[in-house]
Design a protein around this ligand. Structure first.
Ligand code: HEC
Length: 154
């Protein structure tokens, strides 16, 4: 019992010191790689949908449904993916410091993308092209809106 409690206490200590400690270079590299991977996959999944919305590709409802579901899952990973604060580390990133300086504003941008991807799932379930086009455009603008404020220009 005593040993168990001691273990719990030290585990708690480890967690709280982890939260405040700076990331090691390896942790920071991995954190950047992880969040960029999530965003890369978001780009990969919205790419064909953007082409459909712009009339460069025929609408394929199955594809829209599949990718919309993936985008919901990926958008829901963003809070965890951006949890590690890499401001103090030398990393190659386009993430601006303001992400961790204004966490509420950043969380609101994530929520807008989650909401817009859920709306796309609904539109895709209906299968109406105009509704899908509108929902794809709506989702795309939430990406751009976050990039405007929180991502360095290329
Ligand atoms: C809450 C803010 C936010 C939202 C929402 C967001 N992004 Fe980003 N995005 C970023 C930031 C910040 C970076 C830079 C990440 C880095 O370099 O560490 C980025 C980078 C990217 C990258 C480059 C990834 C790489 O390989 O380096 C792509 C592609 C991308 N975003 C696509 C999207 C798409 C598509 C959406 C919407 C479906 C989206 N993003 C929504 C903030 C966001």
């Amino acid at each position: 019992m005593t040993r168990c409690r001691l273990f719990a206490a030290s585990a708690l200590l480890a967690v709280s010191s982890l939260a405040s400690a700076e990331l090691t270079p390896e942790q920071a590299e991995r954190a950047v790689e992880t969040r960029q991977s999530v965003l890369h996959l978001m780009g990969w999944n919205i790419g064909p949908l953007g082409a459909m919305a712009r009339g460069r590709m025929d609408f394929d409802v199955d594809r829209v449904q599949t990718n919309a579901g993936r985008l919901v899952a990926l958008a829901n990973m963003l809070p965890d993916a951006f949890a590690p604060d890499t401001r103090a580390n030398e990393v190659s990133t386009e993430a601006l410091d303001v992400i961790w300086e204004q966490p509420e504003a950043f969380a609101a941008k994530i929520q807008a993308t989650i909401d817009a991807s859920n709306r796309l799932v609904e539109a895709a379930a209906g299968g109406d092209e105009n509704a899908m086009r509108e929902a794809i455009g709506g989702l795309g603008s939430t990406c751009g809106s976050c990039h405007d404020d929180f991502r360095a220009d290329d």
